[in-house]
Design a protein around this ligand. Structure first.
Ligand code: AMP
Ligand code: GLY
Length: 435
């Protein structure tokens, strides 16, 4: 099969690796010279993946059997729409179905209207005065969210990003002054998060193992939110700190969303992912993403023995394939530019792939440009290191000494997937659920 992969990050490198695993030919499209994609693609097209006409022109040259789209921006810029309208086989949602992600207020209203469990108290505002009136009357802590896409970095949480109502209001005022059209005020949830990804075609849904993304820039979950610094999965065993019945409830919520979208004439195709918070009142849906998560895709595609391309085709032909999932644990750590999350300072990196592979790590390249022997970093994440095994004590030592394999200026979180970090999350959840 000829498979086109759109996007140039670590997630797309993982999608392309999964697609080639069953002898498919991959053609990749991204704005950056991603060495991971270039290395496995029959041809790499260095074009802006958000330019729908340019992507269409490439697709017309290749005539692929399948198109897989990684990031959210091409969806909201009409790339999936134009390809679907030209009868290409696209395993990604239309921009209309992607509204579940691109408008947070749409999701909240849809859940409220259909009385779907797991919704969060949320109010949306287009002007500061109305927002202020509500906030002054709140008797709980809140978060502020711009309505549209923010790459996981736009949410401001009371107690982390601002302390008092007054501080929150002054941030909200500035956001409106700076041109944000719609702001949501939501009840702040307390708990541990998990990502539930699935593959969808119309009203059919196949769930993948849950993953936890470490979103904060700093160790011990401190500092600003990022696109994700790394992630862990314990495959079908779930996560040690998330109750099993919360995962079952989360699946029921996602299934209901997908079925309702189908019944209402906006059928969903492609990967979907629910970002859940496991709270003392059960799982709450923080947001839906109309795509795989990044880094979460890296975990699930590594655990899946099937090629994502083959599964997508089977689903689109009307089947409901059973997945072959490895019963192992995996950990991803992202190498990022210094200052990532606030003020990134891109520099040059040199990667000794041989050394890292010998340590048992797999390398997935992200927002970098290969220039000769070097990688030029951008303001976003550079490369992901992935380790899999049967226990954390087998996995974590693989990350020790990675500095010898990567030279240059960079940062990564050393606590991702450690026994201590998981113990901490487990005891936090135990005490939360007891009260
Ligand atoms: P989002 O872009 O909506 O996924 O939010 C990004 C991150 O902000 C989430 O993964 C949470 O860590 C945090 N967040 C969003 N909404 C809430 C909420 N209502 N309560 C607490 N944290 C939240
Ligand atoms: N890891 C968070 C996201 O993909 O949105």
């Amino acid at each position: 099969m000829k498979v086109v992969v759109v996007g140039g990050g670590g997630r797309e490198n993982a999608i392309a690796l999964s697609a080639v695993s069953s002898n498919n030919s991959v053609y990749s499209i991204s704005h950056n010279n991603n060495p991971g994609l270039i290395g496995i693609s029959k041809k790499h097209y260095k074009i802006n993946e958000n330019d729908k006409e340019a992507v269409l022109n490439v697709a017309k040259k290749i005539y692929p059997d399948l198109v897989l789209i990684g990031p959210e921006d091409p969806l909201s810029n009409g790339v999936s729409d134009i390809l679907i309208s030209q009868k290409f086989n696209v395993f990604a949602p239309s921009s209309k179905a992607a509204k579940l992600e691109t408008s947070k207020s749409f999701l909240r209203e849809f859940m409220k209207y259909h009385k779907i469990d797991g919704n969060v108290e949320s109010y949306s505002f287009t002007n500061f005065d109305d927002l202020k009136n509500l906030v002054l009357n709140l008797d709980y802590e809140f978060v502020l969210k711009p309505d549209g896409l923010t790459g996981g970095k736009g949410v401001l949480v009371q107690g982390f990003h601002f302390n008092s109502k007054e501080d929150g209001l002054s941030i909200a005022r500035k956001l409106f002054e700076n041109g944000v059209n719609k702001l949501l005020v939501e009840r702040k949830l307390i708990g541990e998060e998990f990502s539930l990804q699935a593959l969808v075609y119309n009203d059919k849904i196949i769930f993948l193992p849950i993953v936890q993304d470490y979103k904060r820039a700093g160790e011990n979950d401190t500092g600003p939110n990022t696109g994700g610094m790394g992630s862990i999965s314990f495959s079908e065993s779930g996560l040690p700190f998330i109750p099993e019945n919360h995962v079952e409830k989360a699946k029921a919520i996602m299934r209901k969303l997908v079925e309702l979208m189908h019944n209402e004439g906006t059928p969903y195709f492609g990967p979907i992912y629910g970002q859940f918070m496991s709270t003392k009142d059960g799982p709450k849906l923080i947001e839906v993403n109309a795509r795989f998560g990044d880094p979460e895709a890296i975990n699930v595609l590594d655990l899946m023995d099937d090629s994502i391309a083959d599964v997508a085709i089977k689903l689109m032909e009307g089947g409901l394939p059973t997945l072959n999932i490895k019963n192992q644990i995996n950990v991803v750590r992202y190498i990022v530019p210094i200052g990532y999350g606030t003020d990134p300072m891109p520099s040059k990196l040199k990667v000794d792939e041989y050394y890292l592979r010998k340590k048992g790590l797999r390398i997935l390249y992200a927002s970098v440009d290969k220039k000769g022997d070097y990688l030029r970093q951008t303001r976003s994440r550079s490369l992901a290191l992935l380790a899999r095994g049967n226990s954390l004590s087998e996995i974590i030592p693989k990350f020790e000494g990675i500095e010898k394999g990567i030279s240059g200026k960079y940062y990564y979180r050393k606590d991702i997937g450690t026994f201590e970090s998981i113990e901490k999350k487990t005891s936090f959840m135990n005490s939360l659920l007891k009260n």
